[in-house]
Design a protein around this ligand. Structure first.
Ligand code: GSH
Length: 201
């Protein structure tokens, strides 16, 4: 199995966490291939990371190539290969989907500013993206989360988003006590800590 991605992407981080959790369960071999925006532009149809390739063999030793180009399908595959459940409730899947929505908005705002110097104040739809991030943070803060591992995939996705948002200075969670508590709990989970974006990246 080969996972292509960056060490800073929150989408890739969640997949790396699932890989480490799978490896803790048994033998799950995977090579991580660091991939920049130029390579993902050539190698993925959506021009994004992560993407994954693998070769599966059936009982007659016939090979089947696996090519996955979204973190959600990659996570499903890694969880299946590890013998673990991907989602066990619609509520947790809803959390995962909602975090994806705001993560997409926040990542878009980040790249627009970084690459084109376009600020959220420069368009009403960009402002809506900013508002979406703010209102979703309030919404995510309405519930309590576990104080230690194991975390569900919805919770891991949220923790990856929060850590990325703080790392890139895209969000502020002062006063959002349930989110602060989740992040504190996730950061004290060794597998989450091992996959943190490198300082200065
Ligand atoms: N829906 C995708 C989103 C992945 C994504 O947005 N990746 C970002 C990095 S955090 C990316 O590769 N962006 C490059 C670009 O937008 O060109 C997934 O879940 O895998």
């Amino acid at each position: 199995m080969k996972l292509f991605g960056s060490y800073t992407s929150p989408f890739v981080r969640h997949c790396r966490i699932a890989l480490l959790e799978g490896q803790a369960q048994g033998t799950l071999e995977c090579e991580f291939i660091e991939t920049d925006i130029v390579s993902s532009g050539k190698l993925s149809p959506t021009k994004k990371v992560p993407f994954l390739t693998d070769t599966l063999y059936d009982e007659k030793n016939k090979a089947e190539e696996v090519e996955l180009t979204d973190s959600a399908s990659i996570l499903m595959y890694i969880r299946e290969q590890s013998g673990l459940t991907f989602f066990s409730s619609a509520n947790d899947y809803n959390l995962f989907c909602n975090v994806n929505t705001v993560l997409d908005a926040a990542v878009n705002l980040f790249f627009l500013e970084l690459k084109d110097n376009i600020l959220p104040t420069e368009g009403s739809y960009l402002e809506r993206h900013s508002e979406r991030v703010l209102s979703a943070l309030q919404y995510f803060n309405q519930q309590e989360y576990p104080t230690q591992a194991p975390f569900s995939d919805g919770e891991l996705r949220l923790a990856c988003f929060l850590d990325w948002g703080l790392f890139r200075k895209r969000i502020n969670i002062d006063g959002l006590d349930n989110l602060q508590a989740l992040l504190k709990a996730a950061r004290s989970y060794d597998i989450f800590a091992q996959t943190a974006p490198p300082e200065g990246a």
